[in-house]
Each structure stands twice: as structure tokens, then as C-alpha cells.
Design a protein around this ligand. Sequence first.
Ligand code: ZN
Length: 311
Amino acid sequence: MPGRWATLKPNRSSTSLKGITVIEAPIDRDPCPACESNQLQPVKMYNNYLLLKCSECSFIYTEKRLIPADDYEDAYDAAGMYAFMVRAAQKTATGEWGVKKLWWFKRLALRWIRTIEATSLMDIGCGPGTFMLIAQRLGLTVEGIEPTRAAAETARSLDLRVHCGYVEEYVANGGDRTFDIVTCFEVLEHVPDPVGTLTCTHDLVDANGHLILSVPNVDDPYMLEQPFPQSIPPIHINFFSRKSMAAVLHKSGFVIERVFTLPIPTGTVSRVYGKTGLLIRLPYLVMLRLLGKADGSSLVVMARKNTTGSV
Ligand SMILES: [Zn+2]
């Protein structure tokens, strides 16, 4: 496992310093997971994890690429998020909750889906199934993939067809059906091999179908300042920008059709500094946006398969 962080200049064999030859061992780092470049620069330590940035595609990620399955569930449990997600699915199943209770990026995805001729939808990382229930209500035939057993069981108890596991396992086990829409909300920031995950996802998208995904957006200037365990390493190990998301999708055989982000990172800033803190920072954030130096805290992307053959 590469873990030599002391020397920041890769691939230098020796330098001379006042007559003393200093041997610098080349850093044995894996190339960028998004574009395979070796031009990697340390960014910062974030919750004791080193973040690297690729100079070619600007992808930012943790050098350690482990999936902490237990940590992951603990972080969401501690934040009460899992209990809320289950309650949301149950209330949606009874009809008590509807579209308005979805996160804004899921409502946006529904608006995009309504412009497409689609009859089937696969939701990767479906959790207890809230989005599937809403999509089903719109007339779509829905399936889901969810690695967390408890969440998959909750979805099944609501009469949803959910495969427990990872998309890689689903495809390897013969899940060769394709779907008009494949959704993948807030998943790619967790996976050790985003290109591998998206390449498997590619197999599930119909030739004329679309992939709709959302990820936290590192073009939000506050994205790497958050104190919340569920938003930082080791729970999030990938930090995408518009540029690096385009690189990852291209490498996985997709072409971007639409990209959307809110103009101001209201969610991140108000979570860190409160509503008053957001108001104080608003003029600064607007200025950054006008200068093209800031985005909202989530990136929502619609993509289709690249049919030109150039990947
Ligand atoms: Zn790269």
C-alpha cells in the first residue's frame, strides 16, 4: 500500500544540496483513478487522510482507497440519517409523503426523467427505496441495488425489487437487463474505483438510455472544510468537480448531456456556519460565483452512452 508521504516531489532520483547528495526515493503511488495520470499533488490532510489532486483532470481523492463498511454504517447511524431514511421510505409507501419531501437533486432528476421516453429505472444505491417508490408512482418499472442489508430489507418489505450488494456483483452475477434510466445518487464519492463502478453501470444503461447521478461538488469552496463524519474521509473518499466528473464519465464510456449545480453552496455553508453565517458570507459567495470560482455543493449530471467508440 503506498503510504510514503514525506517527499512531495515524485519521481526524483537525487538532488544536490550544498555538496550533499540527497537520495529521494520515487513515490510508489498508483496513478489517478480517473485518468491514470501520474501527475499527483498532495492537497491536505483531511481527518487524518491524505488527499491527492490530479494535475491533469483535477480529481481529488484520498490516497487510501479502503471501503470502511462498518465505519460507513456507524457514521450514518450516529447522525440519525439512517432512521430518517427508513421513516421517509415508509411514509412515501403509504402516500403520506411525496415528491416534495425528496432532496432537491432527486426532484431535478424527476423533472429530467419526465422529458425522456422511459419505462424502466434502476436505482443504484437505492437505500430503503424512497426514490424508487416515487418513480414507480410515475409509471416506471423500478429495480434497485443496495449494499446495506438492512436498507435492502426495508425496501423489500415495501414490495420493491432490490438486489442486495454492489453493482459490480449484480453485473458479474448475470444482471444483464438494461434500463431506460439508471440513477446513482450520492454513491460515487464512496467507491474505491469510480471508473470501475461506472463501467459496470454502463452495462445496465440501454443503448438509448440515460444515467443520472449526483455527487458532492468540490468546486464548492467549503466542501473540504466540513466537520461532519458522514461527509469526510473515510466515508467520502472521492471529491469530484465538473472537470473530473467529465473525465471519469468519459473513461467509463459516457458523454455528459446535462450538468446542474445550485449557484451558491447554501447547504454546506449553513451546516457549517448556521443560517446567520450563510447570510454573512452571501456577498462573498455571490462574488466568487460571478468570478466563476465557486459552485453549489452538489453536482447533478445526466449522461448517455458514448456511441462514437472513442473512450
Ligand atoms: Zn486524473
